[in-house]
Design a binder for this molecule. Structure first.
Ligand SMILES: Nc1nc2c(c(=O)[nH]1)N[C@H]1C(S)=C(S)[C@@H](COP(=O)(O)O)O[C@H]1N2
Ligand SMILES: [Mo]
Length: 322
């Protein structure tokens, strides 16, 4: 198994720690101060080697249909995927999410799907289990320039949307994570975020066959740290678009305001398509470190899914509409 060093500090983590520091100093009061803090003197990017390990030595869990993705990249281990997570409702410490999320109650659960639809529907866990579950091996590229290959289980979001019958006026889909201020420590630890976690897709992105509602991985039901019982997976976009533990989905006419756009609009856009040519203001997006590997890999346009999705953005300036 690959080792993930607890001392590993990512850019996003440094950024947040700095904001926590500023906040404790009484410097961050409102949104304007917050923006000023991220525009002035950003902390330097540290290029760390990342987890060391020989991927070939990682035993691949036999419950995936293949041990590589369609590009031949080896799958990350179950252990990597479930012990190195971004889930700020629990903590910004990627190593600690699994411990803090352990035993988080995910049953009963409901996902309310409504807004501009003919047939608003509340999906229970049993309703979710009625969808035909497929395995999808996808690369996941975090905006912090690390990545994994994950054998998700789930169903296309388009199948869920078909059941609620979108109205013609629906232009965007807005997703919301559970806002459990008692059960999840992140809300009180990081009160400066505009909770709950909100994400969004354009209607055609939401209907694309690659866009998945995931309920499992490696043939097992999702664990809380990966967004149980159901989370979005949009493999051609940065990982933050793949919102976890969804309780609400609304079809709307206006582009929704997302948590990350609110927090730092100059750093995180609505589209957030993986694009090696558009650097993050504080670090390069040209390369990435695949968890479990030595060295860095070139980041691929649309995370390697350009043939499937580039047509969605024809005519758009991807260097501006990030
Ligand atoms: N609700 C919620 N969803 C979230 C996040 C989060 O903090 N809260 N983090 C995002 C980020 S930045 C990434 S990279 C992925 C990580 O998914 P994983 O932990 O299952 O690999 O989840 C995304 N979804
Ligand atoms: Mo991420």
């Amino acid at each position: 198994m690959s080792k993930i060093s607890p001392s590993e500090i990512t850019p996003e983590h440094i950024y947040l720690s700095r904001r926590e520091l500023l906040k404790s100093m009484g410097i961050l009061t409102g949104g304007a101060a917050l923006l000023a803090a991220c525009n002035g003197n950003p902390p330097p990017m540290t290029l760390e080697p990342g987890p060391q390990g020989d991927p070939a030595a990682d035993p691949v869990d036999p419950s995936a249909s293949s041990n590589v993705d369609e590009l031949g990249d080896p799958l990350n281990t179950f252990d990597d995927i479930t012990n190195y997570n971004n889930y700020y409702e629990f903590t910004t410490d990627k190593i600690d999410v699994a411990r803090l999320a352990e035993g988080y109650p995910i049953s009963p659960w409901e996902i309310q799907v409504g807004g501009l639809v003919h047939n608003p529907t509340t999906f229970s866990l049993d309703d979710l289990r009625k969808f035909e579950i497929e395995e999808r091996i996808y690369r996941m590229r975090c905006v912090e320039a690390w990545s994994m290959v994950i054998p998700w289980m789930g169903f296309p979001l388009s199948k869920m949307l078909a059941q609620v019958e979108p109205k013609a006026e629906a232009k965007y889909v807005r997703f919301e994570t559970i806002h459990d201020t008692k059960g999840m420590p992140g809300f009180t630890k990081y009160p400066f975020y505009q909770w709950p976690y909100v994400e969004g897709l354009r209607m055609d992105e939401a209907m694309h066959d690659l866009t998945l509602i995931s309920t499992g991985l490696y043939g097992k039901e999702l664990l809380p740290q990966n967004g149980a019982p159901a989370r979005l997976v949009v493999p051609w976009k940065y990982g933050f678009k793949s919102i976890k533990s969804i309780v609400k989905i609304d079809l709307v006419t206006e582009m929704p305001i997302l948590l990350w756009m609110n927090a730092a609009p100059n750093e995180y856009g609505f589209y957030a398509n993986v694009n090696p040519e558009v650097d993050h203001p504080r670090w390069s997006q040209g390369t990435e470190r695949r968890i479990g590997e030595l060295g860095r890999r070139e980041t691929l346009m649309f995370n390697g899914y350009a043939d499937e999705v580039a047509h969605l953005y024809s005519g758009m300036d991807l260097s501006i509409n990030f």
